[in-house]
Design a protein around this ligand. Structure first.
Ligand code: BES
Ligand code: MN
Ligand code: ZN
Length: 499
């Protein structure tokens, strides 16, 4: 996909599709008005007849509009003007992105960036627009065999037209939107790959290739290295599997040597059977998505390196399967984590926190500015929040607020849950410093409380993406979330010179 941005109006453009917008009731945006004028009022007449639904995201396709040079015009509805905001804008973007990436035209001129979204500037609109179209081009094909989609149409060249002057800020927004879409595509692909292909070794290999092509440092720690470091908790999860665990460490150095890094830690359970505390069979296949935290860190690194942000970022991915093999950890086993704290494993299906805690202790050596872990950690998070926001818990309110803001800005939202000390007693164990489960209630919070015991040395936030990393049902597949949130966070840090 090739994106360019230019100043201009669309009426003389010889292109496959021109996209313009209209509010409910027929109020045209400036580009749409230019087309309307060129077609001697045809566009507004058709809209006035009721051919374009009022609902934001509704589309109207017009072929060979008189007075214009393009093959077709797609008008998208922005909904009622007095209700217009980010929600309607995203609905319109999603509809356009789908129409362009599955339609017959190879080239398109999109005149939506000038639509003023309250509280947002033109650069923001350009980034969101580019990302939305870029993101919609992803299709999973790798293992579909004969079911592979026929090579189809879809745009390959997108021109963003604005009436404003194009400056470097807009050029950067365009490039960043593409970089984020590419990062999301990588996260989706890794999530969608089956567990027999996307193993811990595969994730490590992917990281190494990424580091090589995008020039950042990647190190892969093997089982014996983890033994030396005393990562008894991480290793206890890997014991039941034939696949060797990997601890992937990526270092992107775009900032000054003295700048403390942002550290991203992603849960990389490439298949979660539950271990000896075996999960029920229904939908167990979806536990191949249990490495989506890891995938989001890899996707974010891809975007970060492409955007060449002037900050330092470390990525840490503990990668393993959770299987019930003969030497698997048993309920009641006690293990010693790298931090020295002992853990009674009451349920082997609460394995995410067991691999994350050692990775979080390992993170201390980078003297982080802050640490964010990303994990498909608890089914309870899906019960509490559904599949709209990711769960957010943090030991620092400023960091939590910063992430919540980035969620809104990127449209990849999170919602905060409390991390109060009061919950800690639920993790009491008679046989160790801490138990790995906290009982029936508040499962997302007790999971985060467990992690909090290992993050006392730095500012930390935890994103529970159990509900947001993939969708189930007919459209089953990874979403690429929370790459938009994480990249927005890094963009913000780069702009303010922190991190
Ligand atoms: N990977 C799962 C969490 C999960 C379950 C995510 C379903 C998305 C959908 C995690 O390892 C897990 O099994 N968590 C347990 C924790 C429990 C044993 C305390 C859960 O949520 O049931
Ligand atoms: Mn589990
Ligand atoms: Zn899991």
């Amino acid at each position: 996909m090739e994106f360019t941005i230019k100043t201009g109006t669309p009426e003389k453009l010889d292109t496959g599709t021109v996209v313009v917008a209209s509010f409910a009731g027929g109020k045209l945006t400036p580009a749409a008005a230019a087309l309307d004028k060129a077609s001697k009022g045809k566009l507004s007449t058709v809209i006035a007849r009721g051919d374009l639904d009022d609902k934001a995201g509704a589309l109207l396709v017009l072929h060979d509009l008189p007075g214009t040079a393009c093959e077709r015009v797609i008008a998208v509805s922005l909904g009622k003007q007095d209700e217009f905001g980010e929600r309607a804008w995203r609905d319109a973007l999603a509809a356009i992105a789908k129409a362009l990436t599955s339609g017959p035209a190879a080239s398109a001129a999109v005149c939506l960036a000038d639509t003023e979204v309250p509280g947002r500037d033109l650069a923001w609109s350009v980034l969101q627009l580019t990302r939305a179209i870029g993101e919609a081009t992803y299709r999973y094909q790798t293992t579909r065999g004969k079911a592979k989609d026929e090579p189809r149409g879809g745009v390959t060249q997108v021109l963003i037209l604005t009436t404003s002057k194009v400056n470097t800020e807009l050029e950067t927004a365009l490039a960043n939107g593409q970089a984020i879409a590419e990062g999301m595509a990588l996260a989706k692909e890794l999530g969608n790959l089956p567990g027999n292909i996307c193993t811990p070794a595969y994730l490590a290999e992917t990281a190494q290739q990424l580091g090589k092509s995008l020039k950042f440092k990647v190190e892969v720690l093997e089982q014996k290295d983890m033994e030396k470091l005393g990562m008894g908790s991480l290793l206890s999860v890997a014991r039941g599997s034939r696949q060797p665990p990997k601890l992937i460490v990526m270092q992107y150095k775009g900032g000054k040597a003295k700048d403390k890094p942002v550290v991203l830690v992603g849960k990389g359970v490439t298949f979660d059977s539950g271990g000896i505390s075996l999960k029920p069979g229904a939908e167990m296949d979806e536990m191949k998505f249990d490495m989506c935290g890891a995938a989001s860190v890899l996707g974010t690194f891809k975007a970060l390196a492409r955007m060449a942000l002037p900050i330092n970022v470390v990525g840490i991915i503990p990668a393993t399967e959770n299987m019930p093999g003969g030497s698997a950890t048993k309920p009641g086993d006690v293990v010693t984590s790298m931090s020295g704290q002992t853990i009674e494993i009451l349920n082997t299906d609460a394995e995410g926190r067991l691999i994350l805690c050692d990775a979080l202790t390992y993170a201390e050596r980078f003297k982080p500015d802050c640490v964010i872990d990303i994990a498909t950690l608890t089914g309870a998070c899906v019960v509490a929040l559904g599949k709209i926001p990711s769960g957010l818990l943090a030991n620092d309110d400023a960091l939590a607020r910063e992430l919540l803001d980035c969620g809104t800005t990127s449209g990849d939202r999170a919602w905060q849950l409390p991390l109060w000390e009061d919950y800690q007693e639920l993790l009491k164990s008679n046989f160790a410093d801490i138990a790995n489960i906290g009982g029936r209630y508040g499962g997302t919070i007790t999971a985060a409380c467990f992690l909090a015991r290992f993050t006392k040395a730095y500012t930390w936030a935890h994103l529970d993406i159990a509900g947001t990393a993939w969708v189930s049902g007919d459209a089953k597949g990874a979403t690429g979330r929370p790459v938009p949130l994480l990249t927005q966070f890094l963009l913000g840090r780069a702009a303010t010179g922190q991190g």
